[in-house]
Design a protein around this ligand. Sequence first.
Ligand code: AHR
Length: 507
Amino acid sequence: MAKTRIFADANLKIGTIDPNIYGSFLEHLGRAVYEGIYEPGHPAADGDGFREDVIALIRELGVPIVRYPGGNFVSGYDWKDGIGPKAERKARLDLAWKSIEPNEFGTDEFMKWCKKTGIAPMLAVNMGTGTPKDALELFEYVNHPSGTYYSDLRRKNASKEPYGVQYWCIGNEMDGPWQICGLTADEYGKKAVNTMRMLRWADAKKADEAGAVKLIVCGSSSVESPTYPEWDRVVLEHTYEEADLISMHRYYEYKPSSENPLEDFLGSADDMGRFIDTIRSTICYVKAKNRSKHNVYISFDEWNIWSQHAKRTAPDWIKAPHLIEDVYTFRDLLVFGGMLNTLLNNADIVKTACLAQLVNVIAPILTKKGGEAIRQTTFYPFRYASHYGRGETVRSISTAGTFESAYGSARLINEAVTYNAEKREVCVFLCNYAQEAEEIELELRSFGDLRCAEFVCMADNDLDAANTFAEPEAVVPSVCEPVSVKEGSKALFSVRPMSWNFLRFVY
Ligand code: AHR
């Protein structure tokens, strides 16, 4: 059995983990909203049509913030279509997903759902067909207390109190040729900075005050985009002083037809780390060029596994079509766990992240119309990370071997170590990408006299295993015997081939 030594020290901190890295995303796409979180008439729906069985799963997942309403959808969306008496709302064409948007669920419904679930909203404004003025009017509707046309309209329609939305995405993937009214970096940079200034002026708080709005500019939508990473540099040069965060999006995919499909797929998590390195460098470059004292962070506000090669089978121009409802396998779970580790290992710069998406559409939760809601394989690593990956990430140094993937070299043992001083807990999230069991010699120094309180493992001989409505618990975590710790800091244990592991130590 091969052996990997992993060393971590409480003093070697990477950064404080912002709980908002466990955010998610709900787009008006397929059945994410309609038949996902909102299904009036469903036996588990409340008086507002919000599915409480779905809310229970989202609470279990531990999502603190949700981005809404898109995604590509937002670039053609007029938010004014989604407010006011439902009987008067108009159905519209959604060009992004070739669907009918009935507008039965809009901003006020989303805010009500957020309040019920205890989730913070992250709103995206339309930078495609929308203007800076439209964005300002949405801001006024949502955040201004009263005494203006849109704030009084909100008071009349839905809420006397302003919603106090803090996170604002200034458009979505504006570099993509698929984006409705996509822009060049220069055009977008100019439009974005003007919009951001208007939102800042409208905000009751000053930019650096606690609770002030956080503005997120669109970074490259993908490393495959021909304008990457030049787009990011140009956009940041226009917006640096106004931006709090720059967005990153990345989806990985298992491609059975590639030469080494498994290795290539397993290389995704390390590749995601290199993508972050590039954007980190671009931010540093613009900061230096601007002679700025201001910091811009990363909002990794779309990440997941998505089989993009799958063809659309749903008919065009219907409401809530079955679109991109990927069923996640155990193989996907392994890569997904590594991607979570990458986010944790960059906790100093990644301050928000959104698992794209939350329900039905490339999501950890699947629902049946009128029926049950189930947890996908990927639900579990996310749940453990969001509940226990809190506090700080500490640097881990490892002797892990490597393998070659289409993305370059990747580690066979992929781990993240988190330290929650308040809870007196040290957690290790570890993927074994080797096809054999691996012996792990772990040394966790300077934390205190540690004892292993929990060891959970997910392993499966069938990489295609998945949870389905017929068999919703085919892939679930197993509880293992906690490992013994010598001298309060050293543990020797083995992990199963191709496995995801979670160890929690307390002191
Ligand atoms: O999450 C699905 C889509 O992926 C989003 O609408 C878009 O932003 C991205 O390309």
